[in-house]
Design a protein around this ligand. Structure first.
Ligand code: ATP
Length: 360
């Protein structure tokens, strides 16, 4: 991935979006500001409206000017977008996150699954610490804008795998495994596919094998996705980096969030060669929006992922230090028993965030 020197100030486009996206973004920004200042790190935060509410008001979910600003920024922070009652005329949901992934080639959806202090995992899982990398621009979502079949009795979707997106996807996955190995992890990449049935998936596996040859220090494993999800539940400790196609990744990453304690805790990053978007795994959760009930951990840990990505990309030790501090502050807050309601506590979004800022 391209390496550029650290700027005097990092330009970050901030898209809070809809529902609880707005509340968790307030939390993420408060933590980012608190961690940056003592380290002499500067962030220029450029807030924009986009999403279902913006669509309702203006007829446009994400304006071209916002796309341009996002393309020029060092990183993009994203809350959540889409509301069940706001849809396009053809019935599709408002999902600018998919437009961003496609526009900026954010091929790799990186979704860590880690057990956090004070959180009971849903299953008995002594050790869960792996990352799912979901291909995010093609696979079974490739034909989402294809015209209807025209036949009232049949509808199709198409699975497209390209060499170019797959190589980027696997490069990100192997780099991640190497970075995790430097931090004491096993350094293993597992491919989940359906190469025994689908041609596109056999092709994906061939590209995986080619990329794997360029990374001899990293162990590899190839598992059919159906067997893989069973292993994920029964022996999650065997996984380090799990990489898979778009639709499989959509399902597998939510399963991973589920076994570690719930959607509110899960961060993510959509990474391409030159751009990245950082957002919690959850959606806009309209059922709890505006009531100080949203768990901001997923968003705050997404800010930590942004700091890590900027730090690696610009060789900026201050960003790496800031990421470590944010994670330690979240761990300390949870370990002290401060938790939001979705994970068995009584704290609100605001009081939880204040506790994290105090721990910093
Ligand atoms: P999308 O389709 O946009 O991904 P979704 O329909 O899968 O969204 P979410 O909005 O992610 O659903 O949330 C599902 C449910 O999980 C919510 O209704 C809410 O009750 C709970 N939830 C999600 N995120 C959080 C959070 N941060 N804090 C607390 N509860 C949450």
């Amino acid at each position: 991935m391209a390496m550029t020197p650290a700027p005097a100030s990092y330009e970050v486009v901030v898209l809070p979006g809809d529902g609880i996206g707005v509340e968790v973004m307030d939390a993420g920004v408060a933590v980012l500001r608190a961690v940056a200042e003592p380290l002499g790190l500067r962030f220029d935060l450029d807030f924009h409206r986009a999403g279902a509410n913006a669509y309702k008001e203006t007829g446009v979910a994400i304006a071209d000017s916002v796309m341009t600003a996002a393309g020029n920024a060092d990183a993009i922070l994203f809350g959540a977008m889409g509301l069940p009652d706001v849809r396009r005329d053809d019935g599709t949901e408002i999902a600018p996150q998919i437009d961003l992934r496609e526009r900026f080639g954010l091929v790799a959806g990186v979704r860590p699954a880690t057990l956090l202090p004070g959180i009971d995992p849903v299953l008995y899982a002594p050790k869960v610490d792996f990352v799912t990398v979901r291909e995010s621009t093609e696979g079974l979502f490739a034909g989402r804008n294809d015209p209807p079949s025209g036949d009232p009795d049949v509808e199709h979707d198409r699975m497209t795998i390209t060499r170019s997106a797959s190589e980027t996807l696997f490069d990100v996955s192997f780099s991640l495994a190497a970075a995790r190995r430097r931090a004491g992890g096993p350094g293993r990449v597992t491919l989940f596919d359906k190469a025994n049935v689908l041609k596109s998936q056999a092709f994906l596996r061939r590209i995986f094998d080619e990329v794997a040859e360029r990374h001899p220090g990293i162990e590899t494993e190839r598992v059919y996705v159906d067997a893989g999800v069973m292993m994920m539940v029964r022996e999650p400790e065997r996984f380090d980096v799990v990489v898979t196609e778009n639709m499989f990744g959509d399902i597998v990453s939510d399963l991973a969030a589920g076994i570690t304690g719930g959607l509110g805790l899960a961060p993510s990053a959509d990474i391409g060669r030159d751009h990245a978007v950082f957002q919690p795994c959850h959606g806009s959760a309209p059922d709890i929006a505006g009531r100080d009930l949203a768990n901001p951990v997923g968003m705050i840990l997404s800010v930590a992922m942004m700091l890590d990505w900027l730090g690696e990309r610009h060789s900026d030790g201050r960003c790496l230090d800031a990421a470590r501090r944010v994670r330690a502050a979240v761990d300390a807050t949870l370990a002290a028993g401060t938790r939001t309601r979705d994970v068995g506590g009584t704290a609100g979004t605001t009081s939880f965030t204040e506790a994290v800022v105090a721990a910093l």
